[in-house]
Design a protein around this ligand. Structure first.
Ligand code: BES
Ligand code: MN
Ligand code: ZN
Length: 499
Protein backbone atom coordinates (compact mmCIF):
# COMPACT_ATOMS: atom_id res chain seq x y z
CA UNK A 1 0.00 0.00 0.00
CA UNK A 2 1.68 3.16 -1.23
CA UNK A 3 0.74 6.79 -0.62
CA UNK A 4 1.93 9.98 -2.27
CA UNK A 5 1.01 13.64 -1.85
CA UNK A 6 0.57 16.16 -4.68
CA UNK A 7 -0.48 19.82 -4.65
CA UNK A 8 -1.37 20.44 -8.30
CA UNK A 9 -2.75 18.77 -11.47
CA UNK A 10 -5.19 16.45 -9.70
CA UNK A 11 -6.77 15.02 -12.83
CA UNK A 12 -3.38 14.24 -14.35
CA UNK A 13 -2.21 11.92 -11.56
CA UNK A 14 -1.35 8.66 -13.34
CA UNK A 15 -4.06 6.58 -11.66
CA UNK A 16 -7.10 4.52 -12.67
CA UNK A 17 -9.67 6.56 -10.77
CA UNK A 18 -10.23 10.04 -9.35
CA UNK A 19 -12.21 10.31 -6.11
CA UNK A 20 -13.69 13.62 -5.03
CA UNK A 21 -15.47 14.72 -1.87
CA UNK A 22 -18.86 16.31 -2.63
CA UNK A 23 -20.80 18.33 -0.07
CA UNK A 24 -24.49 18.01 0.63
CA UNK A 25 -26.46 20.54 -1.39
CA UNK A 26 -23.41 21.46 -3.42
CA UNK A 27 -24.40 22.91 -6.79
CA UNK A 28 -23.22 21.43 -10.08
CA UNK A 29 -22.04 24.96 -10.80
CA UNK A 30 -19.46 25.05 -7.99
CA UNK A 31 -15.97 25.64 -9.47
CA UNK A 32 -14.73 22.14 -8.60
CA UNK A 33 -17.76 20.28 -9.94
CA UNK A 34 -17.85 22.45 -13.05
CA UNK A 35 -14.26 21.54 -13.86
CA UNK A 36 -14.91 17.84 -13.24
CA UNK A 37 -18.04 18.02 -15.36
CA UNK A 38 -15.88 19.24 -18.21
CA UNK A 39 -13.42 16.40 -17.61
CA UNK A 40 -16.21 13.83 -17.93
CA UNK A 41 -17.66 15.45 -21.05
CA UNK A 42 -20.78 16.64 -19.27
CA UNK A 43 -21.68 13.39 -17.48
CA UNK A 44 -21.40 14.82 -13.95
CA UNK A 45 -23.74 17.82 -13.92
CA UNK A 46 -27.05 15.98 -14.54
CA UNK A 47 -26.32 13.50 -11.73
CA UNK A 48 -26.03 16.41 -9.30
CA UNK A 49 -28.88 18.47 -10.76
CA UNK A 50 -31.33 15.57 -10.78
CA UNK A 51 -30.25 14.51 -7.28
CA UNK A 52 -29.14 11.03 -8.33
CA UNK A 53 -26.36 11.89 -5.91
CA UNK A 54 -27.03 14.09 -2.89
CA UNK A 55 -23.71 14.24 -1.10
CA UNK A 56 -24.93 12.44 2.04
CA UNK A 57 -22.19 10.97 4.25
CA UNK A 58 -21.03 7.62 2.88
CA UNK A 59 -22.94 8.01 -0.42
CA UNK A 60 -20.98 7.12 -3.56
CA UNK A 61 -21.51 7.40 -7.32
CA UNK A 62 -19.22 6.26 -10.10
CA UNK A 63 -18.94 7.96 -13.47
CA UNK A 64 -17.12 6.32 -16.38
CA UNK A 65 -15.68 8.64 -19.01
CA UNK A 66 -13.10 8.37 -21.75
CA UNK A 67 -9.54 9.16 -20.70
CA UNK A 68 -7.93 11.77 -22.88
CA UNK A 69 -4.45 13.28 -23.25
CA UNK A 70 -2.68 13.77 -19.94
CA UNK A 71 -5.63 12.34 -17.98
CA UNK A 72 -5.06 8.62 -17.49
CA UNK A 73 -8.07 8.01 -15.28
CA UNK A 74 -11.37 6.90 -16.78
CA UNK A 75 -13.40 6.80 -13.57
CA UNK A 76 -14.66 9.61 -11.39
CA UNK A 77 -15.95 8.57 -7.98
CA UNK A 78 -18.09 11.02 -6.04
CA UNK A 79 -17.95 10.54 -2.28
CA UNK A 80 -20.59 12.30 -0.20
CA UNK A 81 -19.31 14.06 2.91
CA UNK A 82 -22.51 15.64 4.27
CA UNK A 83 -22.77 19.23 5.52
CA UNK A 84 -19.74 21.37 4.82
CA UNK A 85 -19.99 22.96 8.28
CA UNK A 86 -19.46 19.59 10.02
CA UNK A 87 -16.65 18.47 7.74
CA UNK A 88 -13.12 18.43 9.19
CA UNK A 89 -9.80 16.60 9.07
CA UNK A 90 -11.15 13.73 11.18
CA UNK A 91 -13.90 13.13 8.61
CA UNK A 92 -11.33 12.65 5.86
CA UNK A 93 -10.42 9.16 7.06
CA UNK A 94 -13.99 8.00 6.39
CA UNK A 95 -13.94 9.61 2.95
CA UNK A 96 -10.63 7.98 2.02
CA UNK A 97 -11.87 4.69 3.44
CA UNK A 98 -15.19 4.77 1.59
CA UNK A 99 -13.42 5.55 -1.70
CA UNK A 100 -10.89 2.77 -1.13
CA UNK A 101 -13.51 0.15 -0.29
CA UNK A 102 -15.72 1.14 -3.21
CA UNK A 103 -12.85 0.95 -5.69
CA UNK A 104 -11.22 -2.24 -4.44
CA UNK A 105 -14.49 -4.13 -4.80
CA UNK A 106 -14.26 -3.17 -8.49
CA UNK A 107 -10.64 -4.24 -8.71
CA UNK A 108 -9.25 -0.73 -9.15
CA UNK A 109 -5.60 -0.64 -8.05
CA UNK A 110 -4.79 3.07 -7.88
CA UNK A 111 -6.67 6.30 -7.27
CA UNK A 112 -6.21 9.96 -6.52
CA UNK A 113 -8.22 11.56 -3.74
CA UNK A 114 -9.36 15.19 -3.49
CA UNK A 115 -10.71 15.49 0.07
CA UNK A 116 -11.47 19.24 -0.17
CA UNK A 117 -10.89 19.79 3.53
CA UNK A 118 -9.41 23.14 4.49
CA UNK A 119 -7.91 22.03 7.81
CA UNK A 120 -4.14 21.78 8.30
CA UNK A 121 -2.73 19.80 5.34
CA UNK A 122 -0.55 17.45 7.40
CA UNK A 123 -3.54 16.52 9.58
CA UNK A 124 -5.72 15.96 6.52
CA UNK A 125 -3.00 13.75 5.00
CA UNK A 126 -2.67 11.76 8.22
CA UNK A 127 -6.40 11.16 8.37
CA UNK A 128 -6.57 10.19 4.68
CA UNK A 129 -3.72 7.68 4.93
CA UNK A 130 -5.13 6.14 8.09
CA UNK A 131 -8.54 5.70 6.43
CA UNK A 132 -6.92 4.26 3.31
CA UNK A 133 -4.98 1.68 5.34
CA UNK A 134 -7.71 0.69 7.82
CA UNK A 135 -10.42 0.40 5.16
CA UNK A 136 -8.55 -2.50 3.60
CA UNK A 137 -8.62 -4.72 6.71
CA UNK A 138 -10.87 -7.78 6.35
CA UNK A 139 -11.71 -10.47 8.88
CA UNK A 140 -11.49 -13.40 6.44
CA UNK A 141 -7.90 -14.22 7.39
CA UNK A 142 -8.62 -17.92 7.76
CA UNK A 143 -10.54 -18.31 4.50
CA UNK A 144 -8.56 -20.20 1.91
CA UNK A 145 -10.83 -19.06 -0.94
CA UNK A 146 -13.37 -16.31 -1.74
CA UNK A 147 -11.27 -13.71 0.05
CA UNK A 148 -12.67 -10.17 0.27
CA UNK A 149 -9.18 -8.88 0.22
CA UNK A 150 -8.31 -7.50 -3.20
CA UNK A 151 -6.13 -4.49 -2.52
CA UNK A 152 -5.86 -0.94 -3.75
CA UNK A 153 -2.11 -0.58 -4.08
CA UNK A 154 -1.72 3.15 -4.26
CA UNK A 155 -3.42 6.37 -3.19
CA UNK A 156 -2.35 9.79 -4.41
CA UNK A 157 -3.57 12.57 -2.14
CA UNK A 158 -4.27 15.96 -3.66
CA UNK A 159 -4.39 19.06 -1.47
CA UNK A 160 -4.20 22.19 -3.53
CA UNK A 161 -1.20 24.37 -2.75
CA UNK A 162 -0.12 22.32 0.31
CA UNK A 163 3.55 21.98 1.26
CA UNK A 164 4.77 18.68 -0.15
CA UNK A 165 6.77 17.95 2.99
CA UNK A 166 3.65 18.41 5.15
CA UNK A 167 1.72 15.97 2.98
CA UNK A 168 4.56 13.47 3.07
CA UNK A 169 4.99 13.47 6.83
CA UNK A 170 1.22 13.46 7.41
CA UNK A 171 0.80 10.46 5.13
CA UNK A 172 3.61 8.58 6.88
CA UNK A 173 2.04 9.24 10.28
CA UNK A 174 -1.35 8.09 8.99
CA UNK A 175 0.11 4.85 7.65
CA UNK A 176 1.81 4.20 11.01
CA UNK A 177 -1.45 4.75 12.90
CA UNK A 178 -3.52 2.78 10.37
CA UNK A 179 -1.13 -0.17 10.43
CA UNK A 180 -1.21 -0.12 14.24
CA UNK A 181 -5.01 -0.14 14.24
CA UNK A 182 -4.94 -3.11 11.86
CA UNK A 183 -2.41 -4.82 14.13
CA UNK A 184 -4.87 -4.47 17.04
CA UNK A 185 -7.82 -5.55 14.88
CA UNK A 186 -5.98 -8.67 13.78
CA UNK A 187 -5.45 -9.62 17.42
CA UNK A 188 -9.13 -9.07 18.27
CA UNK A 189 -10.15 -11.13 15.27
CA UNK A 190 -7.95 -14.12 16.15
CA UNK A 191 -9.79 -17.22 17.35
CA UNK A 192 -9.14 -17.97 21.02
CA UNK A 193 -7.53 -21.37 20.35
CA UNK A 194 -4.82 -19.48 18.48
CA UNK A 195 -4.61 -16.28 20.52
CA UNK A 196 -4.38 -17.45 24.13
CA UNK A 197 -2.47 -15.38 26.72
CA UNK A 198 0.90 -16.92 25.83
CA UNK A 199 0.41 -16.16 22.13
CA UNK A 200 -0.77 -12.63 22.89
CA UNK A 201 2.40 -12.10 24.91
CA UNK A 202 4.53 -13.50 22.04
CA UNK A 203 2.93 -11.14 19.55
CA UNK A 204 3.51 -8.21 21.90
CA UNK A 205 7.14 -9.22 22.27
CA UNK A 206 7.67 -9.52 18.52
CA UNK A 207 6.01 -6.14 17.95
CA UNK A 208 8.16 -4.57 20.68
CA UNK A 209 11.31 -5.95 19.12
CA UNK A 210 10.33 -4.61 15.70
CA UNK A 211 9.49 -1.13 16.92
CA UNK A 212 12.07 -0.67 19.67
CA UNK A 213 9.81 -0.83 22.74
CA UNK A 214 10.96 -2.45 25.97
CA UNK A 215 8.88 -5.51 26.78
CA UNK A 216 8.63 -7.65 29.88
CA UNK A 217 6.27 -10.60 30.33
CA UNK A 218 5.36 -11.51 33.91
CA UNK A 219 4.37 -15.16 34.38
CA UNK A 220 2.03 -16.52 37.06
CA UNK A 221 4.85 -17.20 39.55
CA UNK A 222 5.99 -13.58 39.29
CA UNK A 223 2.42 -12.32 39.64
CA UNK A 224 1.93 -14.54 42.66
CA UNK A 225 5.00 -12.96 44.27
CA UNK A 226 3.58 -9.52 43.59
CA UNK A 227 0.34 -10.55 45.31
CA UNK A 228 -1.93 -10.35 42.27
CA UNK A 229 -4.56 -12.67 43.77
CA UNK A 230 -7.41 -10.96 42.00
CA UNK A 231 -5.98 -11.35 38.48
CA UNK A 232 -4.82 -14.90 39.15
CA UNK A 233 -8.25 -15.98 40.42
CA UNK A 234 -9.57 -15.53 36.88
CA UNK A 235 -7.04 -17.85 35.23
CA UNK A 236 -7.42 -20.68 37.79
CA UNK A 237 -9.94 -22.50 35.61
CA UNK A 238 -7.84 -22.29 32.47
CA UNK A 239 -5.15 -24.60 31.10
CA UNK A 240 -3.62 -21.44 29.65
CA UNK A 241 -1.39 -19.58 32.11
CA UNK A 242 -2.02 -15.85 32.54
CA UNK A 243 0.54 -13.33 31.33
CA UNK A 244 1.03 -9.71 32.30
CA UNK A 245 2.43 -7.88 29.29
CA UNK A 246 4.44 -4.78 30.18
CA UNK A 247 5.65 -2.42 27.45
CA UNK A 248 7.70 0.74 27.88
CA UNK A 249 8.21 3.60 25.49
CA UNK A 250 11.01 5.92 26.54
CA UNK A 251 11.82 8.94 24.37
CA UNK A 252 15.44 9.92 23.73
CA UNK A 253 14.75 13.30 25.30
CA UNK A 254 11.71 13.63 27.51
CA UNK A 255 9.70 16.83 27.85
CA UNK A 256 7.49 15.31 30.55
CA UNK A 257 7.44 16.95 33.98
CA UNK A 258 9.68 15.08 36.38
CA UNK A 259 7.90 12.07 37.81
CA UNK A 260 4.98 12.26 35.36
CA UNK A 261 4.12 8.96 33.66
CA UNK A 262 1.08 7.99 31.61
CA UNK A 263 0.04 4.33 31.67
CA UNK A 264 -2.35 2.58 29.30
CA UNK A 265 -3.85 -0.56 30.83
CA UNK A 266 -5.94 -3.11 28.90
CA UNK A 267 -8.29 -6.00 29.63
CA UNK A 268 -6.92 -8.94 27.67
CA UNK A 269 -9.41 -11.75 28.31
CA UNK A 270 -8.56 -13.96 25.31
CA UNK A 271 -11.85 -15.80 25.85
CA UNK A 272 -14.61 -15.19 28.36
CA UNK A 273 -16.86 -18.17 29.02
CA UNK A 274 -18.04 -16.52 32.24
CA UNK A 275 -16.22 -19.18 34.28
CA UNK A 276 -18.38 -21.07 36.80
CA UNK A 277 -21.00 -18.31 36.37
CA UNK A 278 -21.16 -19.66 32.83
CA UNK A 279 -22.52 -17.51 30.03
CA UNK A 280 -25.40 -18.83 27.90
CA UNK A 281 -24.20 -20.63 24.75
CA UNK A 282 -25.87 -18.27 22.33
CA UNK A 283 -23.47 -15.56 21.26
CA UNK A 284 -20.64 -16.80 23.46
CA UNK A 285 -18.38 -16.93 20.38
CA UNK A 286 -18.31 -13.11 20.44
CA UNK A 287 -16.23 -13.33 23.61
CA UNK A 288 -13.06 -13.86 21.59
CA UNK A 289 -12.94 -10.06 21.34
CA UNK A 290 -12.86 -9.70 25.14
CA UNK A 291 -9.15 -8.90 24.76
CA UNK A 292 -9.87 -5.79 22.68
CA UNK A 293 -8.81 -3.42 25.47
CA UNK A 294 -5.46 -5.19 25.56
CA UNK A 295 -5.25 -5.03 21.76
CA UNK A 296 -5.90 -1.28 21.92
CA UNK A 297 -3.00 -0.90 24.34
CA UNK A 298 -0.69 -2.91 22.07
CA UNK A 299 -1.82 -1.03 18.95
CA UNK A 300 -1.40 2.36 20.64
CA UNK A 301 2.06 1.45 21.96
CA UNK A 302 3.05 0.33 18.45
CA UNK A 303 1.91 3.64 16.96
CA UNK A 304 3.70 5.59 19.69
CA UNK A 305 6.93 3.67 19.10
CA UNK A 306 6.76 4.71 15.42
CA UNK A 307 5.68 8.33 15.99
CA UNK A 308 8.20 8.93 18.77
CA UNK A 309 6.53 11.59 20.93
CA UNK A 310 8.67 13.23 23.62
CA UNK A 311 6.94 11.69 26.66
CA UNK A 312 7.31 8.21 28.15
CA UNK A 313 4.36 5.80 28.09
CA UNK A 314 3.83 2.57 30.00
CA UNK A 315 1.58 -0.15 28.54
CA UNK A 316 0.14 -2.98 30.65
CA UNK A 317 -2.06 -5.81 29.35
CA UNK A 318 -3.62 -8.46 31.58
CA UNK A 319 -3.83 -11.46 29.25
CA UNK A 320 -6.00 -14.15 30.86
CA UNK A 321 -8.51 -16.81 29.79
CA UNK A 322 -11.73 -17.18 31.82
CA UNK A 323 -12.81 -20.86 31.88
CA UNK A 324 -14.90 -23.14 34.13
CA UNK A 325 -13.04 -26.11 35.62
CA UNK A 326 -12.56 -28.10 38.82
CA UNK A 327 -9.94 -25.60 39.90
CA UNK A 328 -11.86 -22.52 38.80
CA UNK A 329 -12.90 -19.72 41.14
CA UNK A 330 -16.35 -20.23 42.74
CA UNK A 331 -18.95 -17.52 43.37
CA UNK A 332 -18.32 -16.60 47.06
CA UNK A 333 -14.55 -17.12 46.92
CA UNK A 334 -12.51 -14.33 48.52
CA UNK A 335 -9.18 -13.21 47.09
CA UNK A 336 -6.61 -10.54 47.94
CA UNK A 337 -5.44 -8.05 45.32
CA UNK A 338 -1.99 -6.54 44.99
CA UNK A 339 -2.95 -3.38 46.89
CA UNK A 340 -4.05 -5.50 49.88
CA UNK A 341 -7.81 -5.11 49.35
CA UNK A 342 -9.91 -8.25 49.67
CA UNK A 343 -12.54 -9.10 47.07
CA UNK A 344 -15.56 -11.34 47.42
CA UNK A 345 -16.17 -12.78 43.96
CA UNK A 346 -19.92 -13.20 43.64
CA UNK A 347 -20.00 -13.62 39.87
CA UNK A 348 -17.05 -15.13 38.00
CA UNK A 349 -18.34 -13.52 34.80
CA UNK A 350 -17.44 -10.09 36.17
CA UNK A 351 -13.80 -11.05 35.54
CA UNK A 352 -12.54 -8.04 33.60
CA UNK A 353 -12.57 -5.82 36.67
CA UNK A 354 -10.75 -8.54 38.63
CA UNK A 355 -7.80 -8.60 36.23
CA UNK A 356 -7.79 -4.81 35.86
CA UNK A 357 -7.69 -4.36 39.64
CA UNK A 358 -4.19 -5.82 39.76
CA UNK A 359 -3.12 -4.38 36.40
CA UNK A 360 -3.89 -0.76 37.38
CA UNK A 361 -2.32 -1.25 40.82
CA UNK A 362 0.78 -2.61 39.08
CA UNK A 363 0.89 0.39 36.71
CA UNK A 364 0.71 2.77 39.64
CA UNK A 365 3.45 0.87 41.45
CA UNK A 366 5.58 1.29 38.34
CA UNK A 367 5.25 5.04 38.79
CA UNK A 368 2.21 5.91 36.68
CA UNK A 369 0.66 9.25 37.66
CA UNK A 370 -2.06 9.10 35.00
CA UNK A 371 -3.75 5.80 34.17
CA UNK A 372 -6.19 5.13 31.36
CA UNK A 373 -7.67 1.65 31.33
CA UNK A 374 -9.73 0.21 28.50
CA UNK A 375 -11.92 -2.84 28.55
CA UNK A 376 -14.85 -4.64 26.98
CA UNK A 377 -16.17 -4.56 30.52
CA UNK A 378 -19.96 -4.60 30.50
CA UNK A 379 -22.93 -5.59 28.36
CA UNK A 380 -24.69 -2.65 30.05
CA UNK A 381 -22.63 -0.10 28.10
CA UNK A 382 -23.93 -1.62 24.86
CA UNK A 383 -27.51 -1.14 26.09
CA UNK A 384 -26.74 2.47 27.07
CA UNK A 385 -24.58 3.71 24.18
CA UNK A 386 -24.71 1.09 21.41
CA UNK A 387 -21.77 0.95 19.04
CA UNK A 388 -21.48 4.72 18.67
CA UNK A 389 -20.03 6.13 21.90
CA UNK A 390 -17.42 4.62 24.18
CA UNK A 391 -18.37 4.95 27.86
CA UNK A 392 -15.87 6.98 29.86
CA UNK A 393 -15.59 7.66 33.59
CA UNK A 394 -12.82 8.64 35.94
CA UNK A 395 -11.63 10.23 39.17
CA UNK A 396 -10.19 13.34 37.52
CA UNK A 397 -12.35 15.56 35.32
CA UNK A 398 -9.30 17.14 33.68
CA UNK A 399 -8.11 13.78 32.39
CA UNK A 400 -11.61 12.74 31.27
CA UNK A 401 -12.04 16.06 29.41
CA UNK A 402 -8.63 15.66 27.80
CA UNK A 403 -9.55 12.20 26.48
CA UNK A 404 -12.92 13.41 25.18
CA UNK A 405 -11.19 16.30 23.38
CA UNK A 406 -8.51 13.96 21.98
CA UNK A 407 -11.33 11.76 20.71
CA UNK A 408 -13.11 14.64 19.09
CA UNK A 409 -9.99 15.55 17.11
CA UNK A 410 -9.70 11.90 16.05
CA UNK A 411 -13.36 11.46 15.12
CA UNK A 412 -14.05 9.07 18.00
CA UNK A 413 -16.96 9.63 20.39
CA UNK A 414 -16.99 9.25 24.17
CA UNK A 415 -19.83 9.74 26.59
CA UNK A 416 -19.18 10.28 30.26
CA UNK A 417 -21.00 8.39 33.00
CA UNK A 418 -20.82 9.47 36.65
CA UNK A 419 -19.02 7.76 39.51
CA UNK A 420 -19.65 8.62 43.16
CA UNK A 421 -19.90 7.42 46.75
CA UNK A 422 -23.48 6.15 46.37
CA UNK A 423 -22.32 3.71 43.70
CA UNK A 424 -19.14 2.80 45.58
CA UNK A 425 -21.23 1.95 48.64
CA UNK A 426 -23.16 -0.63 46.66
CA UNK A 427 -20.07 -2.83 46.14
CA UNK A 428 -19.29 -3.10 49.87
CA UNK A 429 -19.13 -6.78 50.76
CA UNK A 430 -20.52 -8.41 53.93
CA UNK A 431 -17.35 -10.40 54.45
CA UNK A 432 -14.59 -8.65 52.46
CA UNK A 433 -13.63 -5.09 51.49
CA UNK A 434 -15.50 -5.15 48.19
CA UNK A 435 -17.57 -7.51 46.06
CA UNK A 436 -17.24 -7.69 42.30
CA UNK A 437 -20.87 -7.01 41.42
CA UNK A 438 -23.54 -4.51 42.45
CA UNK A 439 -27.33 -4.82 42.65
CA UNK A 440 -28.87 -6.64 39.65
CA UNK A 441 -29.50 -4.52 36.54
CA UNK A 442 -28.53 -1.27 38.28
CA UNK A 443 -25.89 0.96 36.66
CA UNK A 444 -23.84 -2.00 35.43
CA UNK A 445 -21.22 0.07 33.62
CA UNK A 446 -20.71 2.47 36.52
CA UNK A 447 -20.36 -0.42 38.96
CA UNK A 448 -17.52 -1.75 36.80
CA UNK A 449 -15.95 1.69 37.04
CA UNK A 450 -16.22 2.14 40.81
CA UNK A 451 -14.81 -1.34 41.31
CA UNK A 452 -11.64 -0.53 39.35
CA UNK A 453 -11.40 2.81 41.20
CA UNK A 454 -10.87 0.86 44.45
CA UNK A 455 -7.45 -0.19 43.15
CA UNK A 456 -6.21 3.27 42.21
CA UNK A 457 -4.27 4.99 44.97
CA UNK A 458 -3.19 8.55 44.06
CA UNK A 459 -3.10 8.44 40.26
CA UNK A 460 -5.41 10.38 38.00
CA UNK A 461 -7.46 7.69 36.31
CA UNK A 462 -9.98 7.22 33.52
CA UNK A 463 -11.79 4.06 32.45
CA UNK A 464 -13.01 3.42 28.90
CA UNK A 465 -15.73 0.78 28.47
CA UNK A 466 -15.33 -0.25 24.82
CA UNK A 467 -17.67 -3.29 24.87
CA UNK A 468 -19.99 -1.58 22.35
CA UNK A 469 -17.44 0.15 20.15
CA UNK A 470 -14.65 -2.44 19.77
CA UNK A 471 -16.66 -4.61 17.38
CA UNK A 472 -18.90 -3.59 14.51
CA UNK A 473 -21.68 -6.06 13.61
CA UNK A 474 -22.06 -4.97 10.01
CA UNK A 475 -19.90 -3.45 7.32
CA UNK A 476 -19.61 0.36 7.12
CA UNK A 477 -18.72 2.24 3.90
CA UNK A 478 -15.20 2.83 5.22
CA UNK A 479 -14.75 -0.29 7.35
CA UNK A 480 -15.24 -4.05 7.27
CA UNK A 481 -17.49 -5.76 9.75
CA UNK A 482 -15.61 -6.89 12.87
CA UNK A 483 -12.95 -5.40 15.14
CA UNK A 484 -12.63 -1.61 14.90
CA UNK A 485 -9.35 -0.73 16.64
CA UNK A 486 -11.34 1.79 18.69
CA UNK A 487 -9.58 4.41 20.85
CA UNK A 488 -6.12 4.02 19.31
CA UNK A 489 -6.34 7.32 17.42
CA UNK A 490 -7.71 9.04 20.52
CA UNK A 491 -4.95 7.73 22.76
CA UNK A 492 -2.24 8.66 20.26
CA UNK A 493 -3.67 12.20 20.32
CA UNK A 494 -3.77 12.14 24.12
CA UNK A 495 -0.09 11.19 24.28
CA UNK A 496 0.94 13.76 21.68
CA UNK A 497 -1.03 16.54 23.36
CA UNK A 498 0.96 15.97 26.53
CA UNK A 499 4.29 15.97 24.66
N1 BES B 1 -16.87 -9.45 28.66
C1 BES B 1 -18.07 -9.24 29.35
C2 BES B 1 -18.81 -7.96 28.91
C3 BES B 1 -19.37 -8.00 27.52
C4 BES B 1 -20.65 -8.49 27.30
C5 BES B 1 -18.66 -7.52 26.47
C6 BES B 1 -21.17 -8.52 26.03
C7 BES B 1 -19.17 -7.53 25.20
C8 BES B 1 -20.43 -8.03 24.97
C9 BES B 1 -17.83 -9.13 30.84
O1 BES B 1 -16.79 -9.90 31.33
C10 BES B 1 -19.07 -9.58 31.53
O2 BES B 1 -19.39 -10.73 31.42
N2 BES B 1 -19.74 -8.66 32.21
C11 BES B 1 -20.95 -8.96 32.88
C12 BES B 1 -20.86 -8.34 34.26
C13 BES B 1 -21.94 -8.78 35.19
C14 BES B 1 -21.76 -10.24 35.53
C15 BES B 1 -21.87 -7.94 36.43
C16 BES B 1 -22.11 -8.37 32.09
O3 BES B 1 -21.96 -7.31 31.49
O4 BES B 1 -23.15 -9.01 32.03
MN1 MN C 1 -17.38 -11.85 31.80
ZN1 ZN D 1 -15.30 -10.30 29.96
Amino acid sequence: MKTQGINSNFSEAGVEALAVAVFKQEKATSPTLKELDKLTGGLLAPIIKDEDFKGEIGETALIRFSAKGKVKASRLLLVGVGDKADYNAASVSGVAGAATRFLRKRNVKSFALMPRCEDDAATVAQSAAQGYVTSQFELDKYRTQDKNSKSVDSMVLFVEGAEESALKSGLARGVAIGDSMNFARDLANEPPNILHPTEMAKRAQAMAKETGLKCEILDEAKMQKLGMGSLLSVSLGSEQPAKLIVLKYEPKKSTAKKGELLALVGKGITFDTGGISLKPGEGMDAMKYDMSGGATVLGTMRAIALLKPSVPVLGVVAAVENMPDGRATRPSDVVTAMNGKTVEILNTDAEGRLVLADAVAYAEKQGATRIVDMATLTGAVIIALGDVNTGIMGNDQGLVDEIIASGKAAGEKFWQLPLGPEYSKSIKSDIADVKNIGPARKAGTIIGGVFIQEFIDKAKWAHLDIAGTAWCDSERPFQAKGPTGVAIRTLVNLVERSA
